[in-house]
Design a protein around this ligand. Structure first.
Ligand SMILES: Nc1ncnc2c1ncn2[C@@H]1O[C@H](COP(=O)(O)OP(=O)(O)O)[C@@H](O)[C@H]1O
Ligand SMILES: [Mg+2]
Length: 375
């Protein structure tokens, strides 16, 4: 079966005032399969909305091709451009964009207008959809009289009511408060599984991306910096941009000494660090960064015996920050500051200025190129 959305080498440029050209979508290829939700993740201004608008037909790309359900809706080479209302997709935005003078039921039923459906059928589908998004009973209310979370559920119902198989989301949860947001995320995931719609979901929130996406595409200035399952992107970041944007990373710069199939040995200010083999080949002498995730590092109050565990280094405790779920220890070693997240109760007596040791299994450490890295 053809992918639901197929983006093939799409480029979109804008000319800013003063003639400066920006390229928010720079030769991007990406596909969304049946029943798949792909998240576009990146900081503000990296081109997420522009790419989504290209798929919706709200922007006309300068180059490339886009197909939806196997039908070409845009082709620069063939001069094809299918209008947004002919693309059979739904879109849901950060601003709910509900009609204030219409009731919840009228807002949700709006996309069904002009479809020549019997009134009873429209009514049935609206009720079903409201039930599904958890706001049955609000049919007769006006958007101004319901909460932000309920408004967003209404917008979601409107996007889902026409049974579009492709739904585009542009930061739909950024305007709702934190607790409602995490509830809606969970429900969105459940609905996605239940209905099986395919979608592209834009967010700048990496936790949201990891929770919702079957796959995550990390964008950097109009290009895809990483594409894979949340776990792949988190565990195998291809570069320091991705390692720093998806989750938290400590970076220790160093020089690659040797690399085998099992281990990469890196000379650093702390000493020699053994890390997992790099995803790409670096030649000995290359400038690299060792990526240490805060939750993968162990902290010890006494020096561990060498041999049993690897990568043991003495550190000094600089600060301890209790966050409830874990405690963050900030330590220094070799002129570097390292953050560690621990649940280890035996560390509770550690104080600022104390000497301690860290260790980390090589398999938990990655190396990436130091190119373009500013400490
Ligand atoms: N219509 C436009 N004209 C000129 N520049 C634009 C236009 N739309 C977006 N841009 C620029 O393109 C870049 C990407 O914008 P956008 O796709 O909105 O990013 P994101 O959604 O990731 O925050 C930004 O630098 C933005 O200023
Ligand atoms: Mg945007």
């Amino acid at each position: 079966m053809a992918p639901r959305i197929e983006i093939n080498r799409v480029t979109k440029r804008f000319k800013r005032g003063g003639g400066k050209i920006v390229v928010p979508v720079d030769d991007i290829s990406l596909s969304v399969e049946q029943h798949e939700l792909v998240v576009l993740l990146g900081p503000s201004g990296c081109g997420k909305t522009t790419l989504l608008r290209c798929v919706a037909g709200l922007e006309r790309p300068d180059d490339g091709e886009i197909a939806i359900d196997g039908r070409t809706v845009f082709s620069a080479a063939k001069g094809i451009f299918v209008r947004p209302d002919q693309r059979r997709i739904s879109m849901i935005f950060q601003s709910y964009a509900l009609w204030p003078h219409m009731t919840v039921a009228q807002n949700v039923g709006y996309p069904l207008e002009g479809r020549k459906l019997a009134a009873a059928e429209v009514d049935r589908r609206v009720r079903e959809t409201l039930q599904m998004v958890g706001i049955a009973g609000l049919e007769g209310q006006y958007p101004g009289r319901i909460s932000g979370g309920q408004q967003q559920r209404t917008a979601l119902a409107r996007a889902l009511v026409s049974n579009s198989t492709v739904v585009l989301f542009d930061e739909p949860l950024s305007n709702v408060d934190a607790q409602v947001r995490s509830q809606l995320r969970f429900e969105l995931k459940r609905m996605q599984r239940q209905i099986g719609f395919s979608g592209l979901y834009v967010t700048h929130d990496q936790a949201e991306a990891m929770e919702l996406g079957h796959r995550v595409a990390v964008l950097n200035s109009g290009r895809i910096a990483a594409l894979g399952t949340p776990r792949d992107v988190y565990d195998e970041p291809p570069d320091h941009y991705v390692a720093g944007f998806v989750g938290v990373s400590n970076f220790i710069p160093g020089t690659l000494r040797h690399a085998t199939a099992d281990v990469s040995a890196v000379e650093t200010a702390l000493g020699r660090i053994d890390a997992a083999p790099a995803g790409r080949t670096f030649s000995p002498g290359s400038s690299v960064l060792v990526v240490l995730r805060p939750e993968k590092i162990a902290l010890h109050t006494t020096q561990p015996a060498a041999g049993a565990i690897a990568n043991i280094f003495p550190v000094q405790v600089e600060a301890r920050l209790f966050s409830g779920a874990h405690t963050e220890y900030v330590v220094s070693a070799g002129g570097h500051t390292i953050r560690i997240w621990s649940h280890d109760e035996s560390l509770r007596d550690l104080s600022d200025g104390d000497r301690a040791w860290i260790s980390a299994p090589p398999a938990a450490l990655r190396i990436v190129s130091a190119e373009g890295f500013a400490a």
